[in-house]
Unconditional design. Structure first.
Length: 317
């Protein structure tokens, strides 16, 4: 039973605490205000479907499995576009364990003739950066890459669930900011780092480098008010807009920017040295086939007017 206090509900939640044992218990405070009814949810109510297991689906190399179920999304104590903090349910999904690297993206460019990132020279990425996240890719580029590998971009809700788990922890690793577990605040030279550098920064599902290093394109259009009116089950994002969502913060962002709930946005044609890609995939049952390319909506350069590279404003980061 939740212990009622003025303006708050307190739940005892089992979460991983890297300072002690994996099974340790800590108290998580969630505001009653704005959470959907019924408000007095228990830990059991937030549990994922125990029968929704990765082994029930076709395996996906290099991806982590996120079971279907509810999670705490948003934050009432930060930017207004993150409110209200509420329960959201998403279907099961596979998410890339690591961001797409320069090496990954070069295979795509070489195979398809797709344009390379503008900072590459002589057709390739800078030396020693093969295992760094690819950057200077637009939303169009990200969509094209995802389609080429038989995947898609994650929704904001899918991205946030894999980044903070079901109980709404602040960072992938827990609630306390740890500068040695994330590339942020220019602490590592103000540039990208290898995607596998921060093992202790992994999310509850085992995804690495979700925050810091580079932001990652999501499928959704951005709307500051979307959390107020959006659905609580599999929110797909607004039907249109001027900006696409990007998540995760980047190497120059501060500890607020790299929170798992922090929202950022950019024009879909924008290419930046701190925006990259992470892909998702809808799980397939054994014997089930993926949709044919003609059945998959993929935005192309014809759908989005290309724009010259321009910096993201301070308000966006």
């Amino acid at each position: 039973m939740a212990e009622k206090k003025t303006g708050q509900t307190v739940y005892s939640v089992g979460v991983e605490d890297r300072d002690s044992s994996v099974g340790s218990i800590k108290t998580r405070v969630l505001k009653v205000r704005d959470l959907p009814s019924p408000l007095g949810v228990s830990v059991r109510d937030l549990a994922e479907d125990p029968g929704d297991l990765a082994e029930n689906y076709q395996s996906e190399n290099g991806m982590v499995f996120v079971a279907a179920g509810p999670f705490v999304m948003g934050c009432d104590e930060a930017s207004r576009d993150e409110a209200p903090e509420r329960l959201v349910t998403v279907d099961s999904v596979w998410i890339d364990k690591f961001p797409v690297t320069n090496e990954d993206y070069k295979q795509f460019v070489d195979a398809t003739g797709h344009r390379k990132p503008p900072h590459w020279t002589r057709g390739t990425y800078p030396a020693e950066h093969g295992n760094h996240p690819v950057t200077n890719v637009s939303y169009v580029d990200a969509n094209a890459y995802a389609a080429w590998v038989g995947k898609r971009l994650p929704t904001e809700a899918e991205w946030e669930k894999v980044a903070r788990g079901i109980y709404g922890q602040t960072y992938p690793w827990g609630d306390a900011f740890r500068k040695d577990q994330v590339n942020s605040s220019n602490d590592f030279g103000g540039a990208t780092t290898p995607v596998d550098q921060f093992s202790k920064g992994a999310s509850p599902y085992g995804a690495w480098d979700l925050v810091g290093n580079v932001m990652e394109w999501c499928h959704d259009w951005y709307d500051e008010q979307y959390y107020v009116d959006g659905p609580s089950e599999n929110p797909p994002g607004p039907q249109g807009g001027q900006y696409r969502c990007i998540r995760g913060g980047f190497y120059s962002g501060n500890k607020a920017d790299v929170r798992s709930a922090a929202r950022h946005w950019a024009p879909p044609a924008n290419m930046q040295d701190h925006i990259g890609i992470r892909c998702a995939k809808t799980p397939l049952r054994p014997g089930e086939s993926a949709p044919k390319p003609s059945e998959t909506v993929v935005e192309t350069a014809h759908d989005v007017k290309e724009e010259p590279m321009a910096p993201i404003s301070e308000d966006q980061t």
